[in-house]
Design a binder for this molecule. Structure first.
Ligand code: C2E
Ligand code: CA
Ligand code: CA
Length: 755
């Protein structure tokens, strides 16, 4: 079919937009060809020749039209007539080159001159066809051009892919957080990544060609030889071997290896040249990955240190102690020597903690630890067992005297007072000693027996040491038995409240009574509070016991009121542990309401120490009590860590002079400044005063003469049972009743009781 050239162009590309759309719809990967010829007949025959193939065809009948198409579309191939009316084919090729258009050009020309051909080839024509060309020749040339073009494009794509992937691997290797290296068969570096420089401080040039051993810490050379020479490639290859490497922390010029070390974890694998023929592969080196685990190692060290040490004192803890003791026992067994285990418990530490607070308590423990440590030899282990308890192993004892000498040294070194920011604190210790093998052959037995010996020291007055002895087991069994039976005592109603009257010496009348707890022990008889309450405090029994006490006091009070004692005040002792509990106030109020008791008849006795531990909380609790109408007395005044400044911040009504001061009074004409000071404090603050433990007339007269008129003590009454107390009350009431109302008969019985 012959079409006039302009209609050809029109048929192909009537409108650039639709043409482009058609291009996009028909096979997208078809090559696009531009056919340029000014002879319509030749152009349409060329078009006819190519139209049934998988090409997109665009035609141009002059140079300017060709340039316009080249500007607009991307062509793979241009079939170019050299002679055009408006410009030469060479000019079009120049345009293509200048614009860097990636189309190939096949030149078709009737020109027989060689220059035309050379000009075309010089400008990069793919081929040159002389008109008239044969159909086959043209088709072949077009196909070849397109095929070669595709090949070149594929190659370029692959090359760029390769280049990218090489770049990527290089990037990955260099930016790896780990050192990546290769060694040759002699163990010399053939490659290291950038990371090696950052971590070790050696440049690549400093390492390449050097033997790996220059990097390895001397002690690790042996292990290093093993991994750096790794020839295996399978899972038996070296994995996660830890080594220390030397770092170059100097500026690189002097090249000094200093002792900075880095711990690495190394994976190494042998490298082999695959050799199919010999079926054996030739070893040519090792490659490996070294990870910097310095931080991890450091963290592990810290963690394991903390797991085996006491944070407060920095001493070995219970676990490490057992470990060391275990080793010492094994050694002693092998060498047939003795060793000593000591249990050191500070005396009265709880008091320091309670009165000066935990921070000061901790400080004291640290100071004590330092002093104890100074008494020891190398090889001895001092550990903190917990709280105020320390344990010691003295391995390879020559004889028991060695252990005794050290225990004496301990006691001696604690003798000097401790200075806690101006507070001078005196502390002592009770030390129990157990000797391997006579007192036990196992760790637990030795510790237990040293502990029992320590308790023995406590029981005998503290501040001393004692070797374990079998007879002590009985004492410790007694202690356990005591705890068990004290729990039972509550259930089986073996506790009882006794009352010790407080007498106004001016009138001789009982004006109050202090409730004191007693235990009717089934075997041991009546035990006074001092014999079992400290024990209850230590064993968590104080709360149930105090609960019981509140109820018992209320029940007793109703009875004594019924006997005419409703003007007599009841003082009750408040355990610090009980006051510390948030619900103490509610319990107190609940009990008083339940039994219909007037708070005004109640006084609680607290020790000074309560007020100092947590003053704010104590003030709150005590204020609530006061608002209720209960009054507050400070017990054992003058013995605690009292700070007078607290006194007027607390709602206090009464001061009880401690019996230790009263005991000092032997001479009525004497001068007892502490007593006088307490009396004047009470006067100054407008407080009641009660003297405790008054046993002699001299004491009573001295106190009275100096202004203290309320007395409590054996001189007047011992603590007595409720029934006895009620009896005493009734007698007092009878005595003071108007003579007419009192039956005359009763007078002798009163005399009998007072006698
Ligand atoms: P405390 O409050 O200082 O009680 C006074 C202690 O001195 C009592 O000992 C009492 O029997 C004793 N005593 C009284 N007059 C004399 C005397 O003239 N000479 C001598 N040498 N001693 C005298 P007890 O009953 O053994 O109580 C000891 C401590 O136990 C009490 O000291 C108190 O702190 C506590 N306590 C007693 N009963 C209770 C109670 O029911 N609850 C609480 N929480 N603590 C109690
Ligand atoms: Ca008391
Ligand atoms: Ca007291």
């Amino acid at each position: 079919m012959n079409l006039p050239p302009d209609s050809v162009a029109a048929a192909i590309d009537p409108n650039p937009a639709t043409a482009q759309m058609a291009v996009a719809l028909a096979g997208d990967n078809w090559p696009r060809l531009l056919l340029v010829d000014d002879e319509p007949r030749l152009l349409s025959s060329l078009y006819e020749l190519l139209r049934d193939r998988d090409y997109h065809l665009v035609t141009a009948t002059c140079g300017s039209e060709a340039l316009a198409q080249l500007n607009k579309l991307k062509f793979d191939l241009v079939l170019l007539d050299l002679r055009l009316p408006d410009m030469s084919g060479h000019e079009i090729m120049d345009f293509i080159n200048a614009k860097d258009i990636a189309a190939d050009v096949i030149v078709m020309s009737g020109d027989v001159g060689i220059e035309a051909a050379i000009g075309a080839l010089k400008r990069g024509a793919y081929d040159y066809l002389r008109k008239p060309y044969s159909r086959e020749e043209l088709l072949k040339t077009v196909e070849n051009a397109l095929a070669q073009r595709k090949l070149a494009q594929d190659n370029a794509r692959i090359a760029s892919k390769l280049e990218n992937s090489e770049k990527m691997y290089r990037y990955l290797v260099d930016s790896s957080p780990d050192i990546i290296y290769t060694l040759n068969h002699e163990g010399k570096f053939t490659f290291v990544n950038d990371r090696a420089q950052q971590l070790l401080g050696f440049t690549r040039e400093e390492l390449i060609g050097k033997h790996y051993s220059i990097l390895v810490h001397d002690e690790d050379q042996e292990r290093a030889r093993y991994v750096f020479n790794e020839r295996r490639v399978d899972e038996r290859a070296s994995r996660n071997v830890e080594l220390r490497l030397k770092c170059n922390t100097g500026n690189g010029v002097e090249r000094t290896f200093n002792n900075t070390l880095m711990t690495i974890s190394l994976n190494a694998i042998g490298m082999h040249v695959p050799d199919q023929d010999i079926k054996q592969r030739e070893f040519f080196g090792t490659y490996g990955v070294a990870r910097d685990i310095t931080d991890r190692k450091r963290a592990e060290e810290v963690i394991s240190y903390q797991a085996y040490h006491d944070i407060l004192t920095d001493l070995p803890n219970r676990m490490l102690f057992k470990d060391r003791l275990g080793l010492a026992v094994i050694q002693a067994k092998r060498k047939l020597t003795e060793l000593a285990v000591m249990f050191v418990d500070l005396d009265r530490f709880k008091l320091v903690n309670d009165t000066l607070g935990h921070v000061k308590g901790d400080e004291l423990l640290q100071l004590v630890a330092l002093r104890l440590k100074d008494c020891l030899r190398r090889g001895d282990t001092l550990a903190r067992q917990g709280g105020d308890e320390f344990t010691i192993v003295l391995p390879e004892l020559r004889d028991r005297q060695d252990a005794k000498a050290i225990a004496d040294k301990f006691l001696e070194c604690l003798h000097k007072p401790f200075d806690l920011d101006g507070h001078e604190v005196h502390i002592s210790a009770s030390i129990g000693i157990a000797i391997y093998p006579s007192d036990g052959e196992t760790i637990d037995e030795l510790l237990r027996h040293a502990d029992i010996a320590m308790y023995q020291v406590k029981a005998l007055g503290k501040n001393g040491h004692s070797f374990y002895h079998n007879s002590m087991l009985d004492v410790s069994h007694q202690k356990i038995a005591l705890e068990q039976s004290l729990r039972k005592a509550l259930e089986q109603n073996e506790l009882e409240m006794y009352y010790q009257p407080q007498v106004d010496v001016a009138t001789g009348r009982i004006i109050g009574a202090e409730g004191l707890m007693r235990w009717n022990h089934p075997q041991r008889g009546l035990l006074s509070a001092g014999e079992f309450l400290p024990f209850a405090e230590d064993n968590g029994l104080m709360l149930p016991i105090s609960d019981w006490m509140l109820g018992a006091l209320c029940r007793d009070l109703l009875l004594w009121n019924a006997a005419g004692g409703d003007a007599i005040r009841l003082s009750l002792n408040l355990s610090p542990q009980y006051l510390d509990r948030g619900d103490f106030f509610e319990k107190m109020r609940g009990a008083l309401t339940r039994y219909g008791i007037s708070p005004a008849q109640i006084e609680v006795e607290i020790t000074e120490n309560i007020c100092i531990r947590n003053p704010q909380y104590a003030i709150e609790q005590l204020n609530k009590l006061c608002q209720l109408g209960v009054s507050v007395a400070i017990d054992d005044f003058g013995t605690g860590y009292s700070s007078l400044s607290y006194l007027h911040r607390f709602p206090i009504h009464t001061i009880k002079i401690d019996q230790s001061f009263v005991k000092e009074i032997h001479d009525e004409q004497g001068h007892y400044p502490v007593i006088l000071a307490i009396i004047s404090i009470a006067r100054g603050l407008g407080l009641h005063l009660v003297a405790e433990g008054v046993e002699t007339d001299v004491q009573a007269r001295y106190l009275e003469a100096n202004g203290c008129t309320t007395m409590q003590g054996y001189l007047y009454h011992r603590p007595i049972s409720l029934s006895h107390f009620i009896h005493v009350l009734q007698e007092q009431n009878r005595m003071s009743a108007p003579a007419s109302a009192a039956p005359v008969m009763q007078a002798p019985s009163m005399i009998a009781i007072q006698a």
